[in-house]
Design a protein around this ligand. Sequence first.
Ligand SMILES: [Zn+2]
Length: 494
Amino acid sequence: MEREKIKGLLEEALREELRVYPQQYEIPALSCTVFPVKGPRRFCLGVWQRESTPLFEGPLFSWQDPEKELFLLVYPFSWKNYLLLAQHLPYLRPVPFDNRPSFGCGDRLGMVSAAHLKALEKFPVFPVVAQQSPRELDKTHRTFSEVLLGAAWGVLESSYRGPFGADADHVKDEKHLLEARDLGYTMYTLDLSDEVDFGVFNLDEKTLLKRFDKLGTRAKEIFNLYRGKEWKLSPEVMVDFSEEKLLPVLLAYLPAIDRVEYFYALLSESVSSFDLEISLDEGPRETSPEAHFFVAEELHRRKIDFHSLAPRFPGRFEKGVEYVGDLEELTLSFQTHATIQKNLTGYRLSLHSGSDKFSVYSSFFRATGGIFHVKTSGTSWLSALETIMKSDPELFRSIYSIAYDTLEENLKAYSLSLDKADFPTGLEKVDDKHLPAFFFQDKVRQMLHIAYGPVLEALGDRLREVLFREEEKHYRKVSGNIEKHLAVLFGESK
Ligand SMILES: [Zn+2]
């Protein structure tokens, strides 16, 4: 039966506009054929089957084709149905990294993984297409399972057959870690910003020594292991653990290392293979070579197999705009951290907030020699807003108003240098044709970037409807933008 006819039939039955995709997945063990069906707010599985008995849970529609003696059933793409389908289509499950560098794309709307995969598969990268932090989950009212479902849906919709990863990003607590673990996430980014005692770096020697005296035997033993040692890692990079350098690093980072050890044990007890990322990027202070070396070496000494480490680099990696800072200083820092990573081996250097940081990519690529992980997230949210700005300027004006009204609240979760006084209160006076020039101002992009929580809460349904209708344009924008990131990263841009 033709796709158009099926679409008409299903739209009438489910009373909404639908997309019926041409992809067909034969499942011999169940004697059925599955195809993706999507509405503005839901994913479904269309299934041609020989018997009328449901093969998946919760059928929404059932119909017998008189010509073929086949039954057509439609099921929600629920977690349970995903697990059942993945038993037969194993490429729907995320897997750990392969040897290629890895690139993560967050999908806050849960609707563009197919577009992400389309861009990522053109480059020699391992794609991570499920990537959300508890902070993002909270703001978007989504769950780890919904995020993974969105990524698996992208695989079905795009006919992608390669591997992909699922990153429980910036996890700080046990609850979220276990939740992601039990759902089958393959990458865990442990955010240690709350565990590192950055205050130590402001203490004088006397206070440091007092703090040292109070440490337990184990911590003192660790201190003795490293004390007075020097590692010359390259002509330029030397790690110096003279007492006065080692002490603050140990006092600051030891609690974080203990925390990683605890989390690692929780993961290892039930997962045999996973990627652990150590995230130091959100602290108030640049990660020193000594801090990087101490954390990585101490984790290795404890037989903790981590696969990626994100230092905090100099300068500012603000959201959705270019890098702010001294590029030469940054390049030097990339080289220093990459030198440590290449000496200690076993993990890749990770760059967070990689959205729109085109000016830093080539030096990052060169420094790491391709052993890296890069994360982007907000840039695809901005691609969605750009699509809306062009297709539905009125909706875009409403989105702007919400972003403006909630700016102070949104700034609590993201440290950006924005001031409400720099923005117009509304966009009524800005003509449609002048909206793009307005949208592409850095400050405006940043304000919209961090407003996804309240915007989705107030206008999520309308936004999804427009993007569903404009899917082709939206996907083209998202893929094109990620491709641009990768082309610059791999040095292919002209
Ligand atoms: Zn980060």
